[in-house]
Design a protein around this ligand. Sequence first.
Ligand code: C2O
Ligand code: CU
Length: 490
Amino acid sequence: MTRIGIRLLAIALLVLSPACSPTAVASPVGPTEAAGDPAPGGVVRHFDITAEAATIELRPGLHINAWTYNGTVPGPTLRATVGDLIDVSFHNHLPESTTIHWHGLAVPNGQDGVGGLTQDPVPSGSSAHYAFVATTDGTYWYHSHQNSLAQLDRGLYGVIIIAPRTEPAAPGTDATLVFDEWPLGLERPSPPPASDFSMISYVTYTVNTKTGSAIAPVRFEPGKLVRLRLLNVGAFDHFVHIDGQPVTIVAFDGHAVRGGPPTTDALPLGPAERLDVEFTGPNTALWIHLQDGMPPAADLVVPLLPVGMSVPPIPAMSSPAKVLDIFDYPAHAVDTVWPANTVPNKAFTLHLSAQLAPGGVQAMSPDETLYEINGAAFPATGTLEVGLGDFVQITFVNDSSVDHPMHLHGMSFQIITVNGLRPAGVLVKDTVVVAPKARVTIGFKADNPGWWMLHCHILYHSLGGMMILVHVGGASRLAQLGGPFGGRPD
Ligand code: C2O
Ligand code: CU
């Protein structure tokens, strides 16, 4: 049959179908398990968030057609204090369905915002309500978890900063730096169709969605504490070199650590990871370079300047620094999740592989590669079944030659061993970069019932299959893949 013939047949079936199947139109499953009140002492923080298309200027003359929350990328920074109720009225003005996921926050399963798993995606033109209590302080982020590669590549993300209940002396400067890369094909006067850009040709690197001379300097007061919150919301590893300034890491993926020494090493920041660092403001200008070795990284230099200093010309980076091995950094998480000598109730080994799709095999990823877990691609990867309260150990074995930043929803984990060795400190995280040929064991307490994603956060790897489900405590599943609303977490 010709293509037009098929199209006519499809239209005929559409026209006929109401008569053939007189079922009522289902309504989508929205977010469930909303909290009604803050914790004692907390307050309600209400946010209106609208997903909408907007034109964003990366630098003078370079405009892109972005998808945004409230017209900006990153979207509005959501600030709250531990115990507050984060209450979000969400409106979808995009041409396709979407969700919001709260990356790194342990919310009830029905609030996790995963299309086709914890809710149906919110259709174009519809609204949804999310409400959950902020239980841990730190630097987190939010983003779509429906058709994720395309939606995050276009800018659907924002930052969440949760302050501790008792804030230590506030720093003089508290700045957030969000690193991303933009694919070719978004710089057009009219919205390109979803498939019409080369998803892995990330040609422009940005910080807070600015590049080159459009990057605004961060200002600090000499002698006062400076806190920088570094987030990587993109697809590539970045190596953040704060040239010449020793900094102390005070949080990994939002989780506060104590006792870390100052370091001048380049700070590795994998996809979805966060690092908070502190230092005392010097009397001189500082510069952040990305020590990535990729040509577009050269356009990303962040000036850090004492208040009042005019912007000097950008110096070249002094010689590249050694890259910090975070597993050698002897800082201790304030809230550990894996008490010493814990014996796991459940242990799993997940082999991570990547191979070019053989002829005739359709790969979902735009780079024509199969990204698999134990030889299968999602949803054929199956489910890790664990009981409520189990201490669960998962060993990632990276059989491929590329990094995989593995991210668990719903619960934070501790790094137990890396290539058989304990890390120097105690690291609690939600995302861990598993280097090529490395073997990383994580441990967590399965204290949050539900169906949770565990996936690589390079989103063309997750689209290519590198996702698996963790089912805690026999909870019932809230939404299904596909169906009339087309739920798809990748
Ligand atoms: Cu940042 Cu499954 O997500
Ligand atoms: Cu990966």
